[in-house]
Write a protein that binds this ligand. Structure first.
Ligand code: AHR
Length: 661
């Protein structure tokens, strides 16, 4: 029914006079506030070029020549008649942690010999965008010829240019600003000498000025904005399997990721050679985005930091290398030091380090993951060793224990009862499965013990094909299934306190894994339908879960699983009841909604609808808004009304409700 009220068309929701009540009824106990709703966060892992080449906006790949192939990403250039040589040297470097540097010797008749860097699938630059060009250099054999640094388009046309005069024989940092004339997704940076001579260079950087909050060594602002728009409750970092490494030597060690850039020791990214079908031989971790930057990002997002630490186990899908129990102390010490660097007084050694990095205020660390996706008795032994020390010394920090890679296999069923016996505070469940799994498991937590550990749905994503398949798509079918599942999490917020989709970012050219929540290229990004599901659950979280019950002829799958889903919360400050309703059937579904304990309901309600035209709909760079939320106002005729849900849709309905006394 439509009505014109104050010049606005309203959809009227109310019992159609004389019509049969719809066969499905949703009862919401509006006056029975329960637990705080599940908190939705973001999972960040450096996979799919999420950090270097993504959130960390350094355009130069292998800027310090520290890749195992020190010239990877670089190639020689020479204008006609120009010649010379390049050599990677290590004698008398600027810093021992970053020993390689490049010696460029131009010996030809004409100018223009040097090197170029192709960036990460090229270098993205917007018209008018300013960059800091910087390099460390020295002139080993007397004053060097002028160095030209030029950003050029794919076809070689110049975008911006600057020069450096290097005369001293000691390492010195040189910096200029350039402004780009034309937008280009795949530029390259060329360094060339304007006359014969020799120059040593290191730490060559092309860094945008317009980083998030304009921070030096900051993050790509448009990508952070996508995260900020989710209002995430927490930031899980740095993963993911990257925590574990394929071997212990390549595990993530937070202490090597803070401090001066040249002190951060580069290592291989485990996704470099993980998948033969998506090889990424140039994928390394520079740690330009390191633990300090993660803490800052969490703070900027208003999200709780949630670091995940290696627990003395390399990835069990790879080497499964183990640290013997009697050699675990340094790993536990890393955890203690991390708590101190985050929370310690500035008078403590690690608290002082935080202050020296520029953040005297504590970072409010309350959540800490012990291991990523571990399993087996070896994990329990190591978890116990960590927990013994950490819970005694830091009861204020809740530890997160792993329940393995899947949500219902023998590894999972082995771990869970034992973690309960160990009084684990939070158990991290992971699930990458077909959409049907998510549709069928919305009631999974209804029977979970309310007195045991809390659940963190720490990695999940519906897979349109199967895990690790390149055929996976971020389609509406997957997003809808996740929405259905999330109503089950929300209804069970007393148990499932935290949840985050994984992975977060995928570079259009550089991905290894999909689906991902946000896709980006060198210039732009778009949110997937899955992103908007996350956003709706996060932005419309409310303060308390309300008990709900779906009654009557709820549509079901062939094997009897419900295909209509609902959860409800209450926003105390705004006095609103928030309903989340998912219709996973191909037909409209009318639901009679009854708010018990409600005295009155404001006539105008706020509706946010997310629906695709087809289950296979996806967003893309060419059509980034194919599946996005649409807002409208609807009219509600009291605490009992009928709402018709669109086929294959998620509806969020915000109702102003006064309660009975
Ligand atoms: O999200 C991608 C990967 O899936 C994570 O790194 C790992 O924890 C899981 O297996």
């Amino acid at each position: 029914m439509l009505a014109l009220v104050g010049g606005v068309w309203l959809i009227c929701l109310g019992p159609a006079r004389g019509a049969e009540p719809p066969p499905v009824r949703l009862i919401v106990q509006a006056d029975q506030p329960g637990a705080a709703p599940t908190r939705h966060g973001v999972f960040f892992e450096d996979i799919n070029y999420g950090a270097d080449g993504g959130l960390y906006p350094e355009r130069v790949k292998n800027r310090a020549f520290e890749f195992p192939d020190p010239l990877m990403g670089w190639h020689e250039i020479g204008r006609a008649g120009a010649s010379g040589s390049v050599a990677v040297l290590t004698d008398d470097p600027f810093h021992p942690t970053s020993p390689n540097y490049l010696r460029i010797t131009a010996d030809g008749e004409s100018a223009g010999y040097g090197v170029a860097n192709g960036g990460f699938f090229g270098m993205g630059a917007h018209r008018g965008q300013r960059f800091t060009v910087s390099l460390r250099a020295r002139a080993p054999h007397g004053p060097a010829p002028l160095l030209t640094v030029e950003l050029v388009k794919r076809d070689g046309r110049p975008l911006a240019r600057t020069t450096f005069r290097v005369t001293g024989s000691e390492w010195a940092r040189h910096t200029r600003t350039i402004k780009v004339s034309v937008t280009e997704p795949q530029a390259r940076l060329e360094l060339s000498l304007t006359a014969p001579g020799t120059l040593d260079v290191d730490d060559v950087s092309l860094f945008p000025r317009d980083t998030w909050k304009r921070r030096p060594n900051g993050l790509r602002a448009d990508l952070v904005q996508w995260l900020a728009d989710l209002k995430p409750a927490f930031l899980r970092f740095p993963g993911g399997c990257i925590v574990e490494g394929r071997t212990l030597a390549t595990r993530y060690q937070w202490k090597t990721t803070i401090g001066k850039l040249e002190e951060r020791r580069l290592i291989i990214n485990r996704w470099n050679d993980e998948f033969q079908h998506r090889p990424a031989p140039d994928y390394f971790q520079s740690f330009g985005l390191g633990f300090y930057e993660y803490f800052l990002l969490a703070e900027d997002l208003g999200a709780e930091p949630m670091p995940i630490l290696n627990c003395g186990m390399a990835c069990q899908f790879n080497s499964g290398e183990l640290v013997p129990l009697d050699e675990l102390d340094p790993y536990i010490q890393d955890a203690l030091d991390l708590i101190e660097v985050a929370n310690g007084a500035v008078t403590s050694p690690w608290g002082a380090r935080r202050a020296a990095l520029g953040h005297p205020r504590p970072c409010g660390l309350k959540l800490l993951g012990i291991g990523n996706e571990q399993w087996g008795p070896q994990y329990l032994e190591r978890y116990e060793a960590f927990a013994r020390v950490l819970t005694a010394r830091h009861p204020e920090v809740q530890l997160i224990a792993s329940a393995g890679p899947r949500p219902e296999d023998e590894l999972f069923h082995f771990l869970w009862p034992r973690l309960r016996e160990l009084n684990a505070a939070i158990v991290d469940e992971h699930c990458y499965a077909r959409p049907e799994w998510f549709l069928d498991n919305s009631q999974r937590y209804d029977a979970y013990d309310r007195t045991g550990p809390k659940v963190f749905m720490g990695e999940y994503a519906a897979q349109s094909d199967k895990v690790v398949s390149i055929a996976n798509r971020n389609n509406w079918e997957c997003a809808l299934a996740e929405a259905a599942y999330l109503t089950g999490l929300e209804r069970n917020s007393a148990v499932v306190t935290l949840a985050c989709y994984a992975p977060l970012f995928g570079h259009q050219e550089g991905w290894q894994w999909r689906p991902n929540l946000i896709w980006f290229n060198n210039l732009d990004a778009y949110g997937t339908p899955n992103y908007y599901v996350q956003q709706l659950f996060s932005l419309h979280r409310g303060d308390h879960v309300l008990p709900t019950q779906l009654e009557g002829a709820v549509p079901r799958s062939d094997d009897g699983q419900p295909r209509l889903y609902a959860s409800a919360t209450r926003d105390d400050r705004r006095g609103e009841v928030i309903l989340k309703l998912v219709n996973a059937t191909p037909t409209p579904q009318s639901v009679e909604i009854l708010l018990t304990g409600a005295r009155s309901v404001k006539r105008q309600a706020h509706m946010i609808l997310l629906a695709g035209s087809h289950l296979r709909d996806v967003n893309s760079f060419s059509e980034p808004r194919r599946v996005v939320p649409h807002e409208s106002r609807v009219r509600v005729d009291g605490p009992r009304f009928v709402q018709t849900l669109r086929p294959h849709s998620l509806s969020v309905l915000r109702l102003g409700v006064s309660l009975e006394r």
